[in-house]
Design a protein around this ligand. Structure first.
Ligand code: 6PG
Length: 446
């Protein structure tokens, strides 16, 4: 991704001095005559005039830590480090504060779109001081993806504002990917479709206003054969899913900020469960469930779209709560606009979401925006059918079903939780609020 970003910068006539620790990577980078490749960090520094801007494209965690430590020794006040990785936002806060004490700027830059995005135009979510953003803004806007002439790059507040928005992007990505995986599993196990048939269904799911990059990718995957065996690619891939951390960090943040993100957490736990050893015993002892019922194909597409909307809604709530707590930019229209192109979440739907938040910045939940509420209503019958079908056929659909439970919990005027309050008071004298007078009260349990 580092090389791809450097080439993208070079396309815009921005001079880049590149250093990579790996000699083979340096030689590959040097094949592009527009890039100046330095043979050492010192040689790179010798070529940079102050104030220097160093963009780090290394893995989050220890590599960012050691690179930042090394650079700190070399940089002078007024210089800037931009961390373009998926760093943990609390690390970004700490690094920003540490470097600020040395007169250095530290910018946490969320970069989405993978290698191809980095090369052709990523979505960029920038944190750091506003002044630091001002210094690099023109570069970011030059290399970012564009929609109607607007760059998909913006500033989200000091220190970790950008990395937090990127983390929320990834958590939504986890949710949408899991929803797609569940929907394809229902096609296969529930409806017994062949791969070409499944590919057609995926094309229908992503038609018109439901178009998204992840659904295009799904179609591509369903049509691919494994080079070695000739079998459908998806059949030779292990079902153990990986994760690098952003999804889990988002759930931790949701818990500590008091944001309900059950659907996003189901997506994270689905990956955890996919690799857990106890599955083996459950497969052996519990066996396959019986199959029953029918499902209209359009129903499944509706369920997938509705679950996608709920994933977005939970991710946006997280961004807002984080911004309120940490003094970042809680402008949700801004996040939706940046995600319209270049990133993994890019989807037609984000234009509607951006307009909804532009019209009503204080919208308590995106699901209540009139246009989005009517999309959800239209999807509801099919969504319920799908969840019922998955449950009655023993097909795990944690995201499709938890998103529906979330919606039902949100829209019920009087929830089930009065019972919880009564029980808490009954066994622990925790007290409860009443509907008819203020204050905390106790029932007489004698
Ligand atoms: C992106 C992606 C990218 C990557 C993450 C997710 O926006 O370009 O989100 O950042 O896919 O690293 O990784 P995991 O699925 O491994 O957590």
């Amino acid at each position: 991704m580092g090389r791809a970003l450097a080439q993208n910068l070079a396309d815009r006539k921005i001079t880049v001095i590149v250093f990579d620790r790996d000699a083979a990577a340096r030689s590959r980078t040097a094949e592009d005559p527009r890039l100046v490749v330095a043979e050492s960090v010192d040689a790179m520094f010798a070529k940079l005039a102050p104030p220097r801007t160093v963009l780090l494209m290394v893995n989050a965690g220890a590599p960012v830590e050691s690179a930042t430590g090394e650079l700190r020794m070399l940089l002078s006040p007024g210089d800037m480090i931009v961390d373009g990785g998926n760093s943990f936002w609390r690390d970004t806060q700490r690094r920003s504060a540490d470097l600020a004490r040395a007169g250095l700027d530290f910018v946490g830059l969320g970069v989405s779109g993978g290698e191809e995005g980095a090369r052709r135009g990523p979505a960029l979510m920038c944190g750091g001081t506003e002044a630091a953003y001002g210094r690099i803004r023109a570069w970011l806007e030059a290399i970012a993806a564009r929609v109607d002439g607007h760059a998909c790059a913006d500033w989200f507040g000091p220190d970790a504002g950008g990395h937090f928005v990127k983390m929320a992007h990834n958590a939504i990505e986890y949710g949408v990917m899991q929803a797609i995986a569940e929907a394809t599993q229902i096609l296969k196990l529930g409806l017994g479709l062949s791969f070409p048939e499944m590919q057609k269904e995926a094309a229908a799911w992503g038609a018109a206003e439901r178009a998204s990059y992840l659904l295009e990718l799904t179609q591509d995957i369903l049509g691919r054969a494994d080079r070695e065996t000739g079998r459908p690619l998806i059949e030779v891939i292990s079902d153990r899913a990986g994760q690098k951390g952003t999804g889990g960090w988002a759930i931790e943040a949701a818990l500590s900020l008091g944001v309900a993100a059950p659907t996003l957490s189901e997506a994270v736990f689905a990956r955890t469960l996919s690799g857990s050893p106890e599955r083996k015993d459950a497969v052996a002892r519990l066996g396959a469930p019986a199959r029953r019922g029918v499902l209209e194909r359009g129903d499944l597409g509706d369920a997938l779209f509705a679950a996608t909307l709920v994933c977005y809604a939970q991710g946006f709530q997280l961004i807002r709560a984080g911004a309120v707590q940490h003094g970042w930019v809680g402008d949700l229209a801004r996040a939706a606009r940046v995600w319209r192109a270049g990133c993994i979440l890019r989807a037609r739907l984000l234009t509607d979401v951006a307009s909804a938040y532009e019209l009503a910045p204080d919208l308590t939940t995106m699901l209540a925006a009139p246009g989005i509420a009517s999309m959800l209503k239209a999807c509801e019958p099919g969504w319920r059918q799908t969840v019922a079908f998955a449950a009655s056929n023993g097909i795990a659909a944690p995201v499709l079903s938890s998103s529906l439970a979330y919606l039902d919990a949100m829209r019920t005027p009087r929830g089930a939780t009065a019972m919880i309050q009564a029980m808490r008071d009954g066994f622990g004298a925790h007290g409860f609020e009443r509907i008819d007078k203020p204050g905390m009260h106790h029932a007489d349990w004698s």
